[in-house]
Design a protein around this ligand. Sequence first.
Ligand SMILES: Cc1cc2nc3c(=O)[nH]c(=O)nc-3n(C[C@H](O)[C@H](O)[C@H](O)COP(=O)(O)O)c2cc1C
Length: 175
Amino acid sequence: MNNPVLTAIADRRSIRAYKGEQLTQEQIDAILKAARESPSAHNSQPWHFTVVQKADHLKEVNEEAHKNIDSPDLPPDIFYGAPTVVFVSCDAESRWGRLDCGIAVQTIALAAHSLGLGSVILGLPDAAFTGPRKEYFNRLFKFPAGYSFAVAIAIGIPVASKEAHPQEPDRIVFV
Ligand SMILES: Cc1cc2nc3c(=O)[nH]c(=O)nc-3n(C[C@H](O)[C@H](O)[C@H](O)COP(=O)(O)O)c2cc1C
C-alpha cells in the first residue's frame, strides 16, 4: 500500500549534516502547528517548545554535554551544525508526559520531512539539562516552571542522507 503519509514515514531519515541556511518563518510555523496538533493523553498537551536559532546557545549546550558525558563516541557537535533546534520540555508531573512529547517530536520530524527539510531527534542534550548547570539551562531556554527537558530535534536543509535503518526481526507477534 502507498500514500503520501506512508511514503513520508518510509523516507524520513535522521540527518546529521546540514547547510548553514536558516529555515523560513513559514516553515517553522508549519512545523510547530503540526507539533501542537499531536495527540496527548487526556488532551493535556504537557509540552513546551523552545525554538533555538542562536548558535551561541547551541554551543553552550554542546560544551556542557561534552563536560558531562565521558564517551569517545560523542560527536564533536551534538547538533550537527543544524540552524534550528527545537527543545521539547515536558510537565514533570504528567503521567504520560514524556510519551506525549515523544509523539510530538515525531510529528515534527515528519512535518519537516514533508517540507523537504531534514531532522534528527536528539536525546544527548539531556546531559546539559540534568547536569550541575541544569537550572541555568532551564532558565536560558525558558522552560515553564515544573517542566524539564524531554527531547530535542535539530532541523535544517540536509546535505547528506543515509540508508533506511534495518528492521529488527521478531518485534511483531499476532496472538
Ligand atoms: C529518543 C531518541 C533519541 C535520539 N538521540 C539521538 C542523539 O542524541 N544523537 C543522534 O545523532 N541521534 C539520535 N537519535 C536518532 C537515532 O539514532 C535514529 O533514529 C536511529 O539510529 C534510526 O535511524 P533513522 O532515524 O535514520 O531511521 C535519537 C532518536 C530517538 C528516537
